[in-house]
Design a protein around this ligand. Structure first.
Ligand code: ATP
Ligand code: MG
Length: 221
Protein backbone atom coordinates (compact mmCIF):
# COMPACT_ATOMS: atom_id res chain seq x y z
CA UNK A 1 0.00 0.00 0.00
CA UNK A 2 1.25 3.45 -0.90
CA UNK A 3 0.00 6.25 1.32
CA UNK A 4 -2.53 8.36 -0.61
CA UNK A 5 -3.01 11.80 0.80
CA UNK A 6 -5.39 14.50 -0.12
CA UNK A 7 -3.97 16.50 -2.97
CA UNK A 8 -2.97 20.01 -1.86
CA UNK A 9 -4.82 22.85 -3.55
CA UNK A 10 -2.56 24.49 -6.14
CA UNK A 11 -2.17 27.62 -3.97
CA UNK A 12 -0.58 25.49 -1.23
CA UNK A 13 2.00 23.90 -3.52
CA UNK A 14 5.37 24.66 -1.97
CA UNK A 15 7.20 27.47 -3.75
CA UNK A 16 10.34 25.30 -4.00
CA UNK A 17 8.47 23.29 -6.64
CA UNK A 18 9.14 25.95 -9.24
CA UNK A 19 9.15 23.44 -12.12
CA UNK A 20 5.62 22.44 -11.15
CA UNK A 21 4.31 25.96 -10.52
CA UNK A 22 5.83 27.48 -13.67
CA UNK A 23 6.37 24.53 -16.03
CA UNK A 24 6.95 26.86 -18.99
CA UNK A 25 9.33 29.23 -17.21
CA UNK A 26 13.08 29.60 -17.66
CA UNK A 27 13.95 27.70 -14.49
CA UNK A 28 11.85 24.67 -15.47
CA UNK A 29 13.52 24.78 -18.87
CA UNK A 30 16.95 24.67 -17.21
CA UNK A 31 15.94 21.68 -15.10
CA UNK A 32 14.69 19.95 -18.26
CA UNK A 33 18.08 20.59 -19.84
CA UNK A 34 19.81 19.01 -16.82
CA UNK A 35 17.36 16.09 -17.00
CA UNK A 36 18.21 15.50 -20.65
CA UNK A 37 21.94 16.02 -20.13
CA UNK A 38 21.98 13.26 -17.51
CA UNK A 39 21.34 10.70 -20.24
CA UNK A 40 23.96 12.25 -22.54
CA UNK A 41 26.51 12.24 -19.70
CA UNK A 42 25.79 8.56 -19.21
CA UNK A 43 26.56 7.89 -22.90
CA UNK A 44 22.99 6.86 -23.58
CA UNK A 45 22.87 4.31 -20.76
CA UNK A 46 19.54 4.58 -18.96
CA UNK A 47 20.33 5.94 -15.50
CA UNK A 48 17.77 4.67 -12.98
CA UNK A 49 19.17 5.92 -9.69
CA UNK A 50 20.73 9.30 -8.96
CA UNK A 51 22.23 10.85 -5.88
CA UNK A 52 22.29 14.61 -5.38
CA UNK A 53 24.86 16.10 -3.01
CA UNK A 54 27.17 19.05 -2.44
CA UNK A 55 30.15 19.90 -0.27
CA UNK A 56 28.29 21.85 2.40
CA UNK A 57 24.88 22.64 3.87
CA UNK A 58 22.23 24.86 2.34
CA UNK A 59 23.56 24.99 -1.21
CA UNK A 60 20.30 23.92 -2.84
CA UNK A 61 20.57 20.13 -3.11
CA UNK A 62 16.98 19.39 -2.12
CA UNK A 63 15.57 22.17 -4.28
CA UNK A 64 17.46 20.80 -7.28
CA UNK A 65 16.46 17.20 -6.50
CA UNK A 66 12.73 17.94 -6.29
CA UNK A 67 12.65 20.08 -9.42
CA UNK A 68 14.60 17.54 -11.39
CA UNK A 69 12.20 14.89 -10.13
CA UNK A 70 9.21 17.02 -11.22
CA UNK A 71 10.68 17.38 -14.73
CA UNK A 72 11.28 13.65 -14.94
CA UNK A 73 7.70 12.95 -13.83
CA UNK A 74 6.40 15.49 -16.35
CA UNK A 75 8.13 13.45 -19.05
CA UNK A 76 6.11 10.44 -17.93
CA UNK A 77 8.66 8.69 -15.72
CA UNK A 78 7.62 7.13 -12.44
CA UNK A 79 9.93 8.85 -9.95
CA UNK A 80 10.68 8.23 -6.28
CA UNK A 81 12.60 10.74 -4.15
CA UNK A 82 14.15 9.25 -1.02
CA UNK A 83 15.10 11.75 1.67
CA UNK A 84 18.33 10.44 3.19
CA UNK A 85 19.16 13.66 5.03
CA UNK A 86 18.27 12.73 8.61
CA UNK A 87 19.85 15.91 10.00
CA UNK A 88 17.82 18.30 7.90
CA UNK A 89 14.97 16.48 6.20
CA UNK A 90 13.04 18.75 3.87
CA UNK A 91 11.33 16.62 1.23
CA UNK A 92 8.39 15.96 3.56
CA UNK A 93 8.00 19.69 4.20
CA UNK A 94 8.03 20.54 0.51
CA UNK A 95 5.24 18.01 -0.06
CA UNK A 96 3.42 18.80 3.17
CA UNK A 97 3.62 15.43 4.93
CA UNK A 98 5.11 14.31 8.27
CA UNK A 99 8.80 13.42 8.59
CA UNK A 100 7.81 10.05 10.03
CA UNK A 101 7.14 7.31 9.14
CA UNK A 102 9.89 7.14 6.61
CA UNK A 103 13.20 5.61 5.62
CA UNK A 104 14.48 5.26 9.18
CA UNK A 105 11.42 3.14 10.09
CA UNK A 106 12.04 0.95 7.06
CA UNK A 107 15.73 0.56 7.93
CA UNK A 108 14.72 -0.17 11.53
CA UNK A 109 12.43 -2.91 10.18
CA UNK A 110 9.33 -1.36 11.76
CA UNK A 111 7.64 -0.86 8.40
CA UNK A 112 7.58 -2.18 4.85
CA UNK A 113 8.90 0.34 2.33
CA UNK A 114 5.59 0.43 0.44
CA UNK A 115 3.89 1.59 3.65
CA UNK A 116 6.22 4.59 3.99
CA UNK A 117 5.89 5.93 0.44
CA UNK A 118 3.55 8.83 -0.26
CA UNK A 119 1.96 9.93 -3.51
CA UNK A 120 2.33 13.64 -4.23
CA UNK A 121 0.25 16.15 -6.13
CA UNK A 122 2.74 15.79 -9.00
CA UNK A 123 1.53 12.91 -11.13
CA UNK A 124 4.09 10.10 -11.25
CA UNK A 125 6.16 11.48 -8.36
CA UNK A 126 6.24 9.66 -5.02
CA UNK A 127 8.33 10.41 -1.95
CA UNK A 128 9.86 8.43 0.89
CA UNK A 129 10.43 10.86 3.79
CA UNK A 130 13.46 10.42 6.04
CA UNK A 131 11.68 9.29 9.19
CA UNK A 132 13.13 10.38 12.53
CA UNK A 133 16.82 11.09 13.00
CA UNK A 134 19.00 8.05 13.63
CA UNK A 135 22.31 8.19 15.41
CA UNK A 136 23.57 5.05 13.66
CA UNK A 137 22.44 6.29 10.25
CA UNK A 138 25.70 5.46 8.46
CA UNK A 139 25.55 1.82 9.56
CA UNK A 140 21.90 1.49 8.58
CA UNK A 141 22.43 3.16 5.21
CA UNK A 142 25.30 0.74 4.66
CA UNK A 143 23.12 -2.28 5.46
CA UNK A 144 21.55 -4.98 3.31
CA UNK A 145 18.15 -3.44 4.08
CA UNK A 146 19.17 -0.27 2.23
CA UNK A 147 20.24 -2.44 -0.70
CA UNK A 148 16.76 -4.02 -0.55
CA UNK A 149 15.17 -0.55 -0.44
CA UNK A 150 17.03 0.44 -3.61
CA UNK A 151 16.08 -2.84 -5.28
CA UNK A 152 12.41 -2.36 -4.46
CA UNK A 153 12.56 1.24 -5.68
CA UNK A 154 14.27 0.32 -8.94
CA UNK A 155 11.68 -2.38 -9.61
CA UNK A 156 8.77 0.02 -9.14
CA UNK A 157 10.13 3.32 -10.48
CA UNK A 158 11.91 4.52 -13.60
CA UNK A 159 14.08 6.86 -11.53
CA UNK A 160 15.09 6.82 -7.87
CA UNK A 161 16.52 10.13 -6.67
CA UNK A 162 18.37 10.30 -3.37
CA UNK A 163 18.35 13.70 -1.68
CA UNK A 164 21.51 13.47 0.40
CA UNK A 165 23.27 15.47 3.09
CA UNK A 166 26.58 17.19 2.26
CA UNK A 167 29.34 14.80 1.29
CA UNK A 168 31.97 16.41 3.54
CA UNK A 169 31.90 15.97 7.30
CA UNK A 170 29.57 12.97 7.52
CA UNK A 171 29.79 9.52 5.97
CA UNK A 172 26.13 8.96 5.07
CA UNK A 173 26.42 10.20 1.48
CA UNK A 174 29.59 8.24 0.72
CA UNK A 175 27.82 5.12 1.92
CA UNK A 176 25.04 5.68 -0.61
CA UNK A 177 27.24 6.44 -3.61
CA UNK A 178 27.81 2.78 -4.45
CA UNK A 179 24.06 2.17 -4.43
CA UNK A 180 23.37 4.72 -7.20
CA UNK A 181 24.16 4.60 -10.88
CA UNK A 182 24.94 8.30 -11.07
CA UNK A 183 25.89 11.25 -8.87
CA UNK A 184 25.19 14.96 -9.34
CA UNK A 185 27.41 17.38 -7.46
CA UNK A 186 25.87 20.75 -6.78
CA UNK A 187 27.82 23.95 -6.28
CA UNK A 188 26.29 27.27 -5.36
CA UNK A 189 27.47 30.33 -7.22
CA UNK A 190 29.17 32.80 -4.88
CA UNK A 191 29.02 30.40 -1.93
CA UNK A 192 30.76 27.09 -2.54
CA UNK A 193 34.50 27.48 -2.10
CA UNK A 194 36.57 25.97 -4.88
CA UNK A 195 38.69 24.00 -2.40
CA UNK A 196 35.58 22.45 -0.84
CA UNK A 197 34.07 21.63 -4.22
CA UNK A 198 37.29 19.86 -5.22
CA UNK A 199 37.41 18.04 -1.89
CA UNK A 200 33.81 16.92 -2.39
CA UNK A 201 34.67 15.64 -5.86
CA UNK A 202 37.70 13.77 -4.49
CA UNK A 203 35.60 12.20 -1.71
CA UNK A 204 32.95 11.08 -4.19
CA UNK A 205 35.48 9.61 -6.60
CA UNK A 206 37.18 7.82 -3.71
CA UNK A 207 33.79 6.21 -2.97
CA UNK A 208 33.73 5.20 -6.68
CA UNK A 209 30.98 7.63 -7.63
CA UNK A 210 29.93 7.89 -11.25
CA UNK A 211 29.80 11.70 -11.27
CA UNK A 212 27.60 12.58 -14.22
CA UNK A 213 27.92 16.30 -13.82
CA UNK A 214 27.91 19.42 -11.69
CA UNK A 215 24.88 21.64 -11.20
CA UNK A 216 25.70 25.31 -10.78
CA UNK A 217 22.97 26.73 -8.56
CA UNK A 218 21.84 30.34 -8.39
CA UNK A 219 24.01 31.49 -11.26
CA UNK A 220 22.47 34.92 -11.39
CA UNK A 221 22.26 35.42 -7.60
N1 ATP B 1 18.49 28.88 -6.96
C1 ATP B 1 17.91 29.29 -5.82
N2 ATP B 1 17.37 30.52 -5.72
C2 ATP B 1 16.81 30.95 -4.57
N3 ATP B 1 16.70 30.21 -3.43
C3 ATP B 1 17.21 28.97 -3.48
C4 ATP B 1 17.82 28.43 -4.66
N4 ATP B 1 18.24 27.16 -4.39
C5 ATP B 1 17.88 26.92 -3.10
N5 ATP B 1 17.28 28.01 -2.56
C6 ATP B 1 16.78 28.14 -1.18
O1 ATP B 1 17.91 27.94 -0.32
C7 ATP B 1 17.49 27.24 0.85
C8 ATP B 1 18.33 25.96 0.98
O2 ATP B 1 18.00 25.12 -0.12
P1 ATP B 1 17.96 23.54 0.02
O3 ATP B 1 17.16 23.11 1.21
O4 ATP B 1 17.57 23.01 -1.30
O5 ATP B 1 19.52 23.29 0.31
P2 ATP B 1 20.23 21.93 0.71
O6 ATP B 1 21.57 21.96 0.07
O7 ATP B 1 19.35 20.79 0.39
O8 ATP B 1 20.38 22.09 2.28
P3 ATP B 1 20.84 20.94 3.33
O9 ATP B 1 22.34 20.86 3.23
O10 ATP B 1 20.38 21.47 4.65
O11 ATP B 1 20.17 19.68 2.92
C9 ATP B 1 16.00 26.95 0.70
O12 ATP B 1 15.29 27.96 1.40
C10 ATP B 1 15.76 27.08 -0.80
O13 ATP B 1 14.44 27.50 -1.09
MG1 MG C 1 18.67 19.27 1.63
Amino acid sequence: MVRERQKAPKSYVNRSLIASIHPHGDIAEQYRTIRNNIQYAANGKKIRSLLVTSSSEGEGKSTAAVNLAVCMAQRGDRVLIIDTNFRNPIINKIFNVQTSPGLSNVLGQQLEIREAIYNTEVEGLDILPSGQRMYNSTELLDSQIMVDVMEFASEHYDMVLLDCPPVLGISDTNTLVSKCEGVLLLVKSGKTQLALALEAKRALLFAKANILGVILNKKSG
